[in-house]
Write a new protein. Structure first.
Length: 220
């Protein structure tokens, strides 16, 4: 993966942001290589032109807020996974919230391949996520009465949509703008509109839904 900044410069950038914004800083270099590997695996699957340089190579630019939000989530989660300082993971999580207006706690397990477009206000809670998850602005995934959603492969949450509670979302599903899904089972290959308990679920041919996701991903 081609880096806009060197590894040293990325570490210095995060150090400066933690110091200037939160008044504290910590060493993140021990977690940087793993985080960049995870970021590369994610970015190499996207068809978003801004995740490639002019030569078509996978590219990470921390000054692209969507890219940086994903990177900072992976960094905080990598610290957590590797038994690192929970205070440091919390700092990175908080930094991501401040800079990018996303709430992706480091203990949740977002998938190896997921994508965002203008993700301001996106709150992603303790669901089970699968590859090909894609989220727009103002979306919420969370619990209801202690139950959390299960997301199949290739799920899009369009702007201001919500999936909460004991909901199971199938494979190749698009949740339309403003839709609220609560404690529902959504089958594969569907477009979903409206609000629980009055959802409109439009079953589509597999080719129709696969065409939507083929514009986002390479072989996910």
């Amino acid at each position: 993966m081609i880096l806009e900044l060197s590894k040293t410069e990325i570490s210095q950038l995060i150090h400066g942001q933690l110091s200037n914004i939160l008044g504290m800083s910590s060493e993140i270099s021990n977690y940087l290589d793993i985080t960049l590997e995870r970021t590369h695996k994610c970015f190499e699957k996207t068809k978003n032109k801004y995740y490639r340089n002019p030569d078509g190579e996978v590219y990470f630019n921390p000054y692209h807020s969507g890219q940086y939000s994903i990177f900072l989530y992976y960094l905080a989660n990598t610290i957590f996974r590797n038994g690192g300082d929970s205070t440091l993971a919390s700092k990175i999580y908080y930094l991501n919230k401040i800079l990018n207006s996303v709430d992706w706690y480091y203990e949740i397990e977002l998938p190896e391949v997921f994508g965002v477009e203008h993700p301001l206000g996106a709150v992603l809670g303790r669901a089970k996520y699968s590859n090909g998850f894609f989220v727009y602005q103002g979306c919420t995934v969370g619990g209801n009465k202690g139950k959390y959603p299960i997301m199949g492969k290739n799920v899009i949450l369009y702007a201001n949509s919500t999936v909460i509670g004991e909901s199971t979302i199938g494979t190749n599903v698009a949740i339309s703008t403003g839709t609220i899904v609560k404690d529902e089972n959504i089958p594969d290959f569907c477009l979903v509109f409206g609000q629980t308990p009055n959802l409109v679920i439009k079953k589509k041919e597999p080719e129709y839904m696969e065409a939507i996701f083929s514009k986002l991903w390479v072989n996910v």
